[in-house]
Each structure stands twice: as C-alpha cells, then as structure tokens.
Design a protein around this ligand. Structure first.
Ligand SMILES: Nc1ncnc2c1ncn2[C@@H]1O[C@H](COP(=O)(O)OP(=O)(O)O)[C@@H](O)[C@H]1O
Ligand SMILES: [Mg+2]
Length: 366
C-alpha cells in the first residue's frame, strides 16, 4: 500500500504563537521525503499533524485525494516511528510488534506471518522472545520500525529515529534504512536536523526554517542551487563561504568585487539581480591553492583542519574576511602562511538580504 500526501496551506498555532505558517507541499507515492531544519522550526509539529497527534488550525491534509486531517489517528492508516522508540517494556519483541494488530483484531495467522516477515527483513528474528530492556539501542530501533512495518501502512513517518544512537551506529542504521526503503515500497517521511542524513536518504528534501518552507528539491538541487542564504548555510559542511561584494557586468555575466578589492568573474547572468546588498557564496571545495593557476587573491592561514582525505584552510583576506579553502589531505601549508587562492567563478552563488538567490548557468555545479 502506498499513498501520495497533499498538504495545503497548513497553519499551526500554540496560543498566540504561530509555529507553521501556511505550508503547502505534495509528497508522491513511494517517495522518501525528508523534513530538514534547525531545532524548533516545526518539523515534528508538521509530522504529528499528518499522523493526527496534533490538530490543524488552518488548511488541509489529504492522502490519495481524501481529506484526513479531520480523522482520528487510528483511521489514517499511517505508522509513526519515534526518536524514543516507545516500546512496551514488559512485552517481548514479538508482542510489541503484534500489539497494534491485535488491537484492530487482525487474525492470529496474519499477525504471526507479518511479524515473521518484518523480523526477517530487519534481521531481528533471534530477538523475538526478548524484552526491550535486553536489547541495544540499535536493536530497539529496529523493533520500533518492525512494529510500523507489520501494520502495512500507507505511509511511514519517522521523527529523528537515529538521534539516540552513537555515531558509528547512526551511520550503519542510516545505510540499513536506505536498504529497507528499497524493500518496503511505501511513502516515507523522515524528520531530521542532520543535513547528512537528509542528503543521503532523501528522494527530496523540504528545508524548513522560521515557520516556513525555504526550499523543496532533490539533495543535489538543494546543494547546488540553494534557494536562499539560509539553505546555503544549513546544507553542506563546512558551511558555504559568504563574501560581501559589489557587482559589475561583463558580457552578460556578473563580475564581483570582493571585500579585499580583488575581482572575480562569475557565471551568473547579470540580468537577474536588482540593486541592493549582495553576498557572494562559494563552497570551500571551489576555493583552492593557486598552484600555477592565476590567483584570485591571497589569504593568511589562521586555522588548519586535517580531515585525512582533504585539508580545510581557514584563511583571512587582507580586509579580514574569512574564506575557507580546500587543499589535499597531505597539505604542506602551515598556520601563518600567506597563500595564493583561486576561487572558481563558475561555482558561485549570489544572495540578497531579502532571501533571494542566483546561481551559475544551468549545467554548472555547486
Ligand atoms: N505542545 C506545545 N505547546 C507549545 N508550543 C509547542 C508545543 N509543541 C511544540 N511547540 C513549539 O513549536 C515550535 C516547533 O516545535 P517542533 O515542531 O517540536 O520543532 P522541531 O521538531 O523542528 O524541533 C517550537 O517553538 C516549540 O517550542
Ligand atoms: Mg522535533
């Protein structure tokens, strides 16, 4: 079973505080959609409204064309997996998984075959007789997912299900979720504040901030063509460099005057931006040591971060603007060095203070 989910003009208030303001979005059948945004931006609230655990103050939510926001949670045919797992401690794993089905009087034969199938899929068959207290965090997590799978819901909702796991297990469970997703064809909505989880799991990402949706797109659309400075800041690590620039035009494309007075030719069409203050965005991976290529400018290396496969150089330009550059893993640069930097003008973005963004010509990359 699967479902497309339509959210139209949804608003949520707590007292006088509006936490979601007129949100609209469509989730396709079988899509893995991730709600990404900082803590407190309303991700869980939106998810809980879809599940029926919170009321909708304005707007509608529909599944396969039928309004569900007026239905009680039990009639929505949706399963939710919480960060806290919410397992019954006194019940075995098998009973935890079967409980919801017994409640709606599914026949015992169907229940045991669904539990066995979910256990096989999640590789927890050997744990079925244990109690949650005898399981690791990762195993409990799987039981919570198994409990959702046996319901054969139209959609799965996950609220930060990896947040309670340690770093190594988080990565492993993330990969397992991606694999599970290929076995269980169903609509899935996954909430996280972790941009790496969003990038690695999503078909599409909804970036949320400050009561609103900032952007909806595939991971690479979000990464390569962030719709606002907020999105550009939130997605990608290290965070994108921003430089206050003055703009001129050359052959239909913008030329940026960097804060230290040097100039950079961009691949952004000059027809787009209107007057105002602009920040030029460029990711560290598009800022390299000049090494024979004509340099754009020079920076002094203040901090050096060795990541093994590459090295991040936190440099400051003559005027003090900080620019993070990327060098090879075995970088020979030292703190205090004055380095010549080449900024790749074909990989720049432009942001104004009103939340608009412009990018290089279509076909270029991040
Ligand atoms: N039951 C509630 N009563 C009042 N305010 C709430 C309630 N639940 C959430 N909020 C507020 O709504 C906003 C969004 O919360 P939430 O959806 O939990 O954010 P997120 O999941 O993105 O971290 C926050 O400012 C939070 O404090
Ligand atoms: Mg939350």
């Amino acid at each position: 079973m699967t479902a497309n989910i339509e959210i139209q003009n949804v608003t949520k208030r707590y007292g006088s505080m509006t936490v979601l303001d007129g949100l609209s979005l469509s989730i396709k059948a079988n899509e893995f959609m991730v709600f990404l945004g900082p803590s407190g931006c309303g991700k869980s609230t939106l998810l809980r409204m879809i599940a029926g655990l919170e009321s909708v103050d304005e707007g509608t939510i529909s599944i396969n064309g039928e309004r569900i926001d007026t239905l009680p949670p039990g009639q929505r045919d949706i399963a939710m997996v919480f960060q806290s797992y919410a397992l019954y401690p006194h019940m075995t794993v098998a009973d935890n998984m079967a409980f919801g089905l017994r409640n709606i009087s599914v026949s015992p034969d169907v229940i045991s075959s669904r539990v066995a199938e979910a256990a096989r899929m999640l590789e927890i068959g050997h744990l079925l007789e244990r109690k949650p207290g005898q399981l690791s965090g990762g195993q409990r997590q799987r039981v919570a997912i198994g409990r959702a799978i046996v319901k054969e819901p139209k959609a799965f909702l996950f609220d930060e299900p990896l947040s309670n796991l340690d770093a190594a297990l988080r990565v492993r469970t993330r990969v397992e979720l991606a694999q599970l997703r290929n076995r269980v064809r169903s609509t899935m909505i996954f909430v996280t504040h972790d941009q790496i989880e969003a990038m690695t799991l999503a078909d599409r990402i909804v970036v949320m901030n400050n009561r609103k949706i900032e952007q909806i797109g595939t991971p690479m659309e979000i990464y390569s063509r962030p719709a606002s400075r907020f999105v550009a800041t939130f997605v990608g690590s290290p965070t994108m460099n921003f430089l206050n620039v003055g703009l001129t035009e050359e052959n239909g494309f913008l030329r940026a005057k960097l804060p230290d007075g040097t100039e950079l030719q961009t691949a952004i069409r000059s027809s787009g931006p209107k007057a105002g203050e602009f920040a030029l965005g460029i990711r560290a991976e598009a800022v390299k040591l000049a090494n024979g290529v004509p340099a754009t400018t020079t920076g002094k290396v203040d901090v050096l971060e060795r990541l093994g496969d590459r090295t991040l150089l936190y440099t400051s330009l003559k005027d003090g603007t900080v620019v993070v550059a990327e060098d090879i893993g075995n970088s020979r640069v030292a703190i205090g060095d004055e380095v010549a930097l080449t900024l790749d003008g074909s990989r720049t973005h432009l942001f104004d203070t009103a939340g608009n963004a412009w990018h290089n010509e279509e076909g270029g990359h991040g």
